[in-house]
Structure formats: C-alpha cells, structure tokens
Design a protein around this ligand. Structure first.
Ligand code: ACO
Length: 428
C-alpha cells in the first residue's frame, strides 16, 4: 500500500497520497487540497518546499552533492561526452548512436544562420547594452523570422524546432559579444564541430586566421556540459511556466535568458569575478571580505558561495576548480585572482558562519576564472552560461509540453485592504 499523509484542520482529517520518485524522493500530492478542504491552499514563497512537476531529466541530491543527467553522473559525462552528445541526451532521453549524432550535427549545421534583417535589431542597441539583454531580445525577435508553430505531438516538428534553436542561438550569443566589442559579425563555419564553431565565431578577427586551440575548445565544451541542466532552478522554472501558457519555444527560452541574468542566479559568475577583481585591487585582504560577508548590516555576500539546493559541495564546482588549475597551467596564465579565490574558499570552508549555514562554493565560483583565461570578457560570462543551459531549457520545455502540463498559475494569500468606498480626487 502506498504512503499517505494526513492533514488535520479544524477537527477534520484529510488524506493525501505520497508520490515517490525513482531515487526515493517523496512528495505529498496536494492536487485536491483546495477542493476537499473548501479553499485551503499552501504558501511557500521561493518554492523551497514545492515540487512544481515530475521530471525524468535531471536528478540532483543537494545533501550528498550528486548531479546526474538522465541517470549519467556529471563527472562521467564531463570526462567522456561532448556537449552536443549531452544536449541530445538531455533533450531526447538517451545518448545518441554514432549515426544519430552525425545526423543531429548535420541538421544543426544546415540551420546555422539567422535572417540578415536580425542585424537591424542588433543595430538598434547601444554598444553599452548588456549582452544578456541583447541576447534575450534577439531570441525573442527570432520568432518573427521563424513563425512556424510546433505541433508538439509531432516528433518530426519537435525535432526540427530543437535543431533550429540549437543552431541559431549560438549566432545570437556571438553577435551579442561582437556588438559589445565593435567587431564584425561572424558566421558559422559548417566544417567545424559545434563548440569549435562557436569559438571561431567568437574569436575570428578580420585581419588574421582563426587558430584552433584544443585546450580552449575542450575547456569550453566542458563548461557548457557542466551548465547544461540543473532541474527546476529559477530560469528553467521560468521557461516551463512561460511555455505552459503555450507560448512557443523561442519565447520561453528568451524568458529563461532574462531569469538567468540576475546576480542571484546565472549573473553570479560575473559578480564573482568582479568581486575577486575588487579584492585584488583592494590589496588582496580576503579576511576583510569574509567579515563583510558575515556582517548582517552589510549587504555584501560572498558571491559564488551558497546554493538553494546544495548543502554540500556543488559537484560542478569540484570539476571546475580542477579544470581551472589545468587550463591556466596549459595556457601559461598566471592569474592572481585564482590565488585569491582559493584563499577565500579555504577560509570559508573553515569558518563557523559558513559551516553552520552549509555554504559551499557553487558552479560559478571558479567558472569565471576559466572564462577569463580563455579571453572571454566578464560581461559575457552569463551569456556563456545561457549557451550551456540551452539544452536543459529545451529538454524541460519539451517534457512539460509532452506531458501536457496545465498552465502554471500559483495562488496567493491576499494581505491588502478590505473593500472600501472610492474616494473622490478632491477629498484625497
Ligand atoms: N555569503 C554570505 N552569506 C550567505 C551567502 C553568501 N554567499 N549565501 C547565503 N548566506 C547566508 C544568508 O545570509 C542566510 O543567513 P541567515 O540564516 O543568518 O539569515 C543563510 O546563509 C541562508 O541564505 P538564504 O539567502 O536564505 O539561502 P537561499 O537558499 O535563499 O539562497 C543563494 C541561495 C541565492 C544562492 C545565496 O546563497 C546567495 O545569494 N549566494 C550568492 C550568489 C550566488 O553565488 N548565486 C549563484 C547560485 S548558483 C546558480 O544560480 C547557478
């Protein structure tokens, strides 16, 4: 017999089924709560205790520091797979065969262009515009140039929508960067792999040949894999909730980009690097910044530390820390910021404030150091995160639509004024 939870309220008992996931997670199913109790709802700002859906894409255990995509550990995927394979896995549920991967790659190549008129939209932005704002707007604008509705019951149409966005989104990412840097807008090179092509579009300059650097392309590939999905985080929930109104894939992804922008979410990687730069410029006194982070009267937080779900090491941070050491070594980069980051991490891990609150480095603590070593400007870090997260957003949107989930529409407890008579403007 399956478990039940009993709620007692005003002398009445109500029974609710308990749902069990494949990793023994349990949730009280309160779908009937309001109906059977005559209006009772739950309240959970920030959704700390609320499961918004059942999902078969990503499993994470924040207490144990486990992250798996479709059952494969992030450590194994980061070591053995490439980004496009991981994208396929996340979106379609299984690792692709050689033939499937080849087709996927070719189909993406065929769609790797955007309408020339998109450049007019890009031209409308000032050079100072943050690339995340530009990316979100351009993604939304893509709809106008690809106004093909997707029949979500057709595997074929779903596949081609997935291919189109995976092909076109990196061009928008690169153009957002080129705009910022005042560089010509590069196009896709169909002879290259997915990530190498992105790297070439980012760094090809009109006056010199593009030189492939395997260390750099592999590091980029790895970072994109580590960011590819993270179950129901802020931006992914945004993608699912926007998509639940049956807004299209591009519109949902555009909303995801905006949600990712914030410094409490994807924007943290930019904030981490700015924080580390400020500490170095201020003489490298990590103790001073540790004290600020702990001072409740000071709004400063140690960026790149803490996570809503991980109350243990973020497994991605472990991989990225090792990669940062290797990449900087391979590229011969000696960056004082890496030493400051390691110093801060060591102090925080030994500090009672951080221990008590289970605050560990998250994925963003070291990623910016690698991006910087790869020559990616700081304000592009969150855009790189969006590029990595794209397959996850697509997979979650596809799952939500295929499961025919209802429109996302939370309720509230109203705490405003009760009914009162209108006051004429002369009497206010
Ligand atoms: N520095 C100092 N104190 C912190 C930090 C931090 N980075 N993070 C949390 N705390 C403290 C809070 O002040 C709070 O203390 P209190 O209990 O004495 O009031 C306690 O730890 C719990 O923090 P909350 O903000 O309630 O935790 P929540 O789960 O809501 O927030 C978050 C998680 C937003 C990630 C938070 O840890 C934070 O702001 N970190 C810095 C920003 C960051 O790195 N974000 C990236 C997250 S990863 C990602 O999105 C990809």
């Amino acid at each position: 017999m399956s478990d039940k939870a009993i709620l007692e309220y005003k002398g009445q008992k109500y029974e609710f089924p308990v749902v069990e996931g494949s990793e023994n997670e349990h949730a009280i199913d309160i779908k009937t709560l309001r109906a059977v109790t005559g209006g009772l709802i739950t309240i959970d700002p920030g959704y700390k205790n609320t499961g918004s859906c059942e999902s078969a894409i990503t499993f994470l255990d924040g207490e144990k520091g486990i992250l798996r995509y479709r059952g494969y550990s992030i450590e194994e995927l980061a070591e053995k797979a490439d980004f496009l394979e991981v994208a396929y896995l996340l979106i379609f549920g299984e690792l692709p065969s050689k033939k499937e991967l080849q087709k996927f790659n070719n189909d993406i190549r065929e769609e790797s262009y955007v309408d020339e008129e998109m450049k007019n939209i890009l031209d409308g932005f000032p050079k100072s515009a943050h690339p995340m704002g530009v990316l979100s707007s351009l993604t939304s604008a893509l709809i106008a140039f690809n106004p093909i509705p997707v029949d979500i019951d057709s595997e074929e149409e779903m596949y081609s929508a997935v291919v189109r966005i995976l092909a076109k989104f990196p061009i928008l990412v690169v153009w957002a960067l080129s705009k910022r840097q005042g560089m010509p807008l590069n196009y896709s090179d169909g002879r290259l792999g997915y990530v190498e092509n992105i790297h070439k579009m980012m760094f090809k300059r009109p006056h010199r040949e593009y030189q492939k650097n395997k260390v750099v392309v592999d590091a980029l590939d790895n970072l994109l894999i580590l960011h590819a999905d993270h179950e129901q985080n802020c931006s992914t929930s945004t993608v699912r909730i926007v998509g639940s109104s049956h807004a299209g894939l591009f519109a949902s992804i555009s909303a995801g980009v905006s949600a990712l922008w914030g410094p409490l979410h994807g924007g943290a990687n930019q904030a981490v690097l700015e924080m580390l730069e400020a500490i170095v410029a201020d003489g490298g006194d990590t103790k001073k910044y540790m004290a600020k982070a702990k001072d409740k009267n000071d709004p400063f937080r140690l960026m790149g530390f803490g996570h809503r779900v991980y109350k243990n090491f973020d497994p991605r941070a472990k991989i990225i820390k090792k990669a940062a050491d290797e990449v900087l070594h391979d590229l011969g980069v000696d960056d004082p910021i890496l030493e400051v980051a390691k110093g801060l991490e060591k102090e925080a891990l030994e500090d009672q404030y951080f221990i008590d609150r289970k605050l560990y480095p998250n994925v963003d603590f070291y990623s910016g150091i690698i991006y910087r070593a790869l020559g990616i400007p700081t304000e592009m870090f969150t855009v790189m995160f969006a590029l990595g997260r794209l397959p996850g957003w697509i997979a979650q949107w596809r799952e939500m639509r295929q499961r025919k989930e209802p429109i996302g529409r939370p309720r509230q407890i109203y705490i405003g004024e009760n009914l009162r008579p209108f006051v004429d403007i002369e009497k206010r």
